[in-house]
Ligand binder design. Structure first.
Ligand code: NAD
Ligand code: TDX
Length: 332
């Protein structure tokens, strides 16, 4: 795997993946990224120019995609519209990027017989009751709730169909909620950290009983690399680190680690259609490919993430007013 095309490599998980690949392997990387509001050139700052190239463009641009996929040994496909709240405001970019964009990449992978890894989410499975002992596994039926998760579900189904009908050499992974450096401040954890750092009160949707299954972004990316190298073609692998926590507990942990009273936050309007609980059973990935998460303590990973946002104010500060103005319009 000498030459990789990484779509969405200027976003949160994609840029961490590129750093991981440069640090852990000899591969060269071409990033294809549209640099939407969520993608920033400076997420790739400091990476060696002889290992990493950025091509600014759209994954739904068939000519560009054909050329880049044809020149790569493998494609790792992260690019997406990724935020549920945005998908409730305006679903169209989710249809364009997540569905049409994935289709465009698959056609090129088919034409060039290029190895393809599709990065997806546990949200395609819908949600679980709080007291349900069940967790999601590879054969859980799809039941997405939001425009975001339904567009990701559609993209997964396209990948599966292109494997079966056209022999595309693809694998898929569905991961739980990621945290770590370079995450856009529209998302839950960095929004609360940067609220506190900028003198605002953190905002919890509803009562905060909803549960998310947290994983450090480096653990996700190590799993993606493992699947790319050794995963069985056509297979889906669920990625998770047994990190179930209620939003209220995460909120309190952030406040505690930042030296604030644990009740110093506001309850705001709930998300329409808000999924209750996600929980991943990653035993297939662990048993078959030997992956295990390296981050053992969520609190340690969270503390390091808080320090990262403290140290990168120049990166997030210019976005803060606009992100909060958007939320304020929705009473959030
Ligand atoms: P992100 O929003 O931070 O980054 C997405 C990147 O894709 C940005 O750099 C953006 O500019 C780029 N992009 C968007 N539309 C594009 C287009 N049409 N053409 C080219 N580039 C485009 O997202 P993220 O959180 O890093 O998520 C990456 C992937 O991982 C997504 O596929 C997402 O569904 C999946 N995922 C995310 C999480 C999570 O917790 N964040 C969990 C599981 C799976
Ligand atoms: O201010 C907030 N307050 C709050 O209580 C925000 C932004 C969110 N929340 C809640 C909603 C969710 O229950 O926190 C939880 C996490 O919210 P998000 O960070 O928006 O993530 P989520 O909707 O769970 O989706 C994430 O994980 C799966 C990613 O954004 C997706 O891309 C991924 O597929």
């Amino acid at each position: 795997m000498q030459s990789l095309l990484v779509t969405g490599g200027a976003g949160f998980i994609g840029s961490n993946f590129v750093r991981w690949v440069v640090g852990q392997t000899d591969a060269r990387v071409v990033v294809l990224d549209k640099l939407t509001y969520a993608g920033r050139r400076d997420t790739l700052d400091g990476l060696p120019g002889d290992r990493v190239d950025l091509v600014v463009g759209d994954i739904a641009d068939a000519h560009l995609v054909d050329r880049l996929v044809g020149a790569a040994d493998a494609v790792v496909h992260f690019a997406a519209e990724s935020h549920n709240d945005n998908s409730l405001r305006d679903p169209w970019p989710f249809i364009h990027t997540n569905i049409v964009g994935t289709f465009t990449l698959l056609q090129a992978a088919r034409d060039h017989s290029t190895r393809f890894h599709h990065v997806s989410t546990d949200e395609v499975y819908g949600d679980l009751e709080l007291d349900d002992p069940a967790r999601f596994h590879e054969t859980t039926p799809y039941n997405p709730s939001s425009p975001y998760s339904s567009s990701k579900a559609a993209s997964d189904l396209l990948v599966r169909a292109w494997v079966r009908s056209f022999g595309v050499r693809a694998t898929l992974s569905n991961c739980s909620n990621n945290y770590g450096p370079w995450q856009h401040i529209e998302k839950f954890i960095p929004r609360q950290i940067t609220n506190i750092l900028s003198g605002r009160r953190p905002k919890l949707y509803g009562a905060g009983r909803n549960v998310r299954d947290w994983i450090h972004v480096d653990d996700h990316n190590a799993a993606v690399w493992t699947i790319l190298e050794r995963g069985r073609l056509g297979e889906t692998y669920l990625i998770g680190a047994d990190g179930e926590k209620s939003n209220l507990d995460v909120m309190r942990a952030i406040l505690r680690l930042m030296g604030q009273p644990e009740d110093a936050f506001d309850h705001v309007a709930d998300r329409p259609g808000h999924d209750l609980r996600y929980a991943i059973d990653s035993s297939k990935l662990r048993a078959e490919l030997g992956w295990t998460p390296a981050y053992r303590s969520f609190e340690d990973g969270l503390a390091a993430t808080i320090e990262w946002y403290r140290g990168h104010e120049e990166w997030w500060r210019p976005l803060k007013e606009q992100v909060e103005a958007g939320y304020a319009q929705q009473g959030q």
